[in-house]
Design a binder for this molecule. Structure first.
Ligand code: F6P
Length: 321
């Protein structure tokens, strides 16, 4: 391989820059040139490509977001969109493409490889931690820290007013962020899409908490839980009459400087992605499982569901007495 391209796609995640940097520097170290694609598949379709080198990624490892910019592309879902992207890669003499993103981005890469033979390597970059084939995705650790900081602050005001706080965290269809934040934040209850239990149970939990002497409670809800935080809060107010507030943390969870675990994960996976292409591997995601870098076929990353830790779920319950 003489020249590879790299792009970030879908929702940005803290640590994406560290992954880009690792790809660029590993490639350069081994004499492989790098083309940066701006705005993900949308930019690839339009031909927004440029050569990038090690100095272009200087001073980026600590920055949130993505210096290559990102987008969610509708055009890429059409065969014509992918054909024009493949043509741009041929024009630029690119022998392989590194896609940093989540399952939507991997779908995009998968079809590009199937239809046009472009070797693809995926790097898991999403705060949701919802990809099979890696214990953690890049951005997840930072998002958890950011959400946890917010929960701690909300606890201060909740305790002072003796209110119930229902806090919604991101995760689209997954409860990984919610569960981690619930345990680390000492929440009374957590609602995740992986266990769509009826919302009514929360009424008894809050009543029991009050009976045990807790004047305020923290309830964490993953955005993918049916009805979201608003549904849970309405059930609490209707069933207990207690003053309840909803806080939806939203995109704040996607920003900020990546914590060390995300930077290190991104650095290792960025390096591994280039080695995979150099070895002639294609159509896989590089991930880290039990500390080892492994390869998982791209389609398995979304076809096989990564469950939340059931042990941690039980732990959240046990510790909430
Ligand atoms: O996949 C990352 C994520 O932040 C999800 O947690 C969330 O559901 C979604 O992206 C939000 O997407 P957008 O930024 O397009 O509103």
């Amino acid at each position: 391989i003489k020249r590879l391209a790299v792009l970030t796609s879908g929702g940005d995640a803290p640590g994406m820059n560290a992954a880009i940097r690792a790809v660029v520097r590993t490639a350069t170290h081994h004499g492989v040139e790098v083309v940066g694609v701006r705005r993900g598949f949308s930019g690839l379709h339009r031909g927004d490509l440029r050569m990038i080198g090690p100095r272009d990624v200087a001073n980026t490892i600590q920055r949130g977001g993505t210096v290559l910019l990102t987008a969610r592309s509708k055009t890429w879902r059409t065969p014509e969109g992918r054909a024009s992207g493949a043509a741009h890669l041929r024009e630029w003499g690119v022998d392989g493409l590194v896609v940093i993103g989540g399952d939507g981005s991997f779908h995009g890469g998968y079809y590009l490889q199937q239809e046009h033979g472009v070797p693809i390597i995926g790097i898991p970059g999403t705060i949701d931690n919802d990809l099979y084939g890696t214990d953690h995705t890049i951005g997840y650790f930072t998002a958890v820290e950011t959400a946890l900081g917010a929960v701690d602050r909300l606890r201060d005001t909740g305790a002072s007013h003796e209110r119930i706080f229902v806090i919604e965290v991101m995760g689209r269809h997954a409860g990984h962020i919610a569960l981690e934040v619930a345990v680390a934040g000492g929440a009374e209850e957590v609602f995740i899409p992986e266990d769509p239990k009826p919302v009514d149970g929360v009424v008894q939990i809050v009543k029991d908490s009050v009976a045990k002497g807790k004047a305020s409670s923290i309830i964490i809800v993953a955005e993918g839980y049916p009805g979201g935080a608003q549904g849970v809060a309405s059930a609490i107010e209707a069933g207990t009459g207690l003053e309840t507030r909803v806080s939806i943390l939203g995109h704040i969870q996607r920003g900020g400087s990546p914590v060390s675990s995300d930077r290190v994960l991104a650095s290792r996976l960025g390096e591994a992605a280039v080695y995979a292409l150099m070895d002639g591997t294609a159509g896989v995601m590089v991930g880290r499982v039990n500390g080892e870098v492994i390869h998982t076929p791209l389609h398995e990353t979304w076809e096989r569901r990564k469950d939340v830790s059931r042990d941690l779920y039980r732990c959240a319950k046990t510790l909430s007495i």
